[in-house]
Design a binder for this molecule. Structure first.
Ligand SMILES: [Zn+2]
Length: 113
């Protein structure tokens, strides 16, 4: 589903669940190829977890949420649906849904990842 620039060149060093990410769904370290997924997503539908994983894979090629990044991710299905699921889950557990956070790894304290 992903752009050949991601599909043909990116091989993550590791993908693992972590329990210390409460404000982000995923994160990655491009220099080491490590991807971390919040264990809050364990049990979520595969297409939701896959959306976050695809997002982080694209970050191994492009670190910023810029036009190039969105081009890399554009072919992945169900993006809007998955974002809606994540926003709805957040609303259900916290009573608030911040529509300005449109990326699964946006962190109010760290906008760089
Ligand atoms: Zn991101």
């Amino acid at each position: 589903y992903l752009d050949p620039r991601v599909n043909d060149t990116v091989e993550p060093a590791s993908v693992r669940w972590v329990s210390n990410q409460n404000t982000r769904w995923g994160s990655c370290t491009p220099s080491t190829g490590q991807i971390r997924l919040s264990d809050r997503m364990i049990g979520f539908p595969d297409w939701v977890v896959d959306h976050v994983l695809a997002h982080e894979l694209c970050h191994l090629v492009e670190g910023h949420h810029n036009r190039r990044f969105h081009e890399l991710l554009a072919g992945f299905p169900n993006a809007e649906r998955a974002e809606g699921f994540l926003t709805g889950f957040q609303w259900a557990v916290s009573g608030e849904a911040d529509d300005t956070r449109n990326d699964p790894d946006d962190n109010p304290a760290d906008q760089s990842s």
